[in-house]
Write a new protein. Sequence first.
Length: 298
Amino acid sequence: MSDSPDISIDDIRRAAERLRGQIENTPCLHSRTLSQITGAEVYLKFENLQFTASFKERGAYNRMSRLTAEERARGVIAVSAGNHAQGVAYHAQRMNVPAVIVMPKFTPMVKVERTRGFGAEIVLVGETFDDTKAEAERLAAERGLTMVHPYDDPDVIAGQGTVALEMLAAQPQLDCLCVPIGGGGLISGVAVAAKSIKPDLHLIGVQVSASPSAYLTLKEKKVYEHYKSAPTIAEGLAGGFGRLPYQAAGHLIDEVVLVDEDELYEGIYTMLAKEQLVVEASGVVGVSALLANKCPLL
């Protein structure tokens, strides 16, 4: 795939073929409990069943599967607060590709240690994501490493878009998707796939109030690539919104809603108490938006 922002459903379908047998085709199941609470028919996509417990494996593997032999020999580098780091490190280990993971200092230690456990070299640096990214770019140039970007990469976006292919194959009646937004890799891939298959589907992005970069980007038609987030328990969603995700799919996102910290806690508590599921804050924002009645079509 080129560096063009024109990411198509065919790119995502080719990504799905590369991912076949490499990641889990996770279930998309009806939640009777959340449906009763919200009055909507709610379905959950269980990406926590991936080996690294996140959808991030999809984009990471799709990108690394396209490395040349020379690039594989030199190695890859990624900058991430946790889930993308684990996805890159895990699949790099499987592919015998050296990996350097640059993580901000605020990354939860459990994610640091799990990433290190996959054999990656860990560099902890930076009080902000932008500081961490700058160091990763320096190291990439110094060592000749290939950057596996968490969201500003067409192959990563295409890999994340396979989530929507699976959801609509399993539950074709879905008419609205609530998708978490951090840098935008997931929602842009999902948007291209879902709107290609079902153009009338309503796509709601959900972001945290502490870091509303996508919300501001769509509202002002100006890309907030650099955004200093306020403290949030959803650290995986903190920071700027990517230029490539915006170019590829900004026009396909119907709206972006914001949830605050109390609403995040309510989502986590509800999933634990009612569904017996432990869900990290970055993954619970869609449920939080539903519970807070912030998805008006529902």
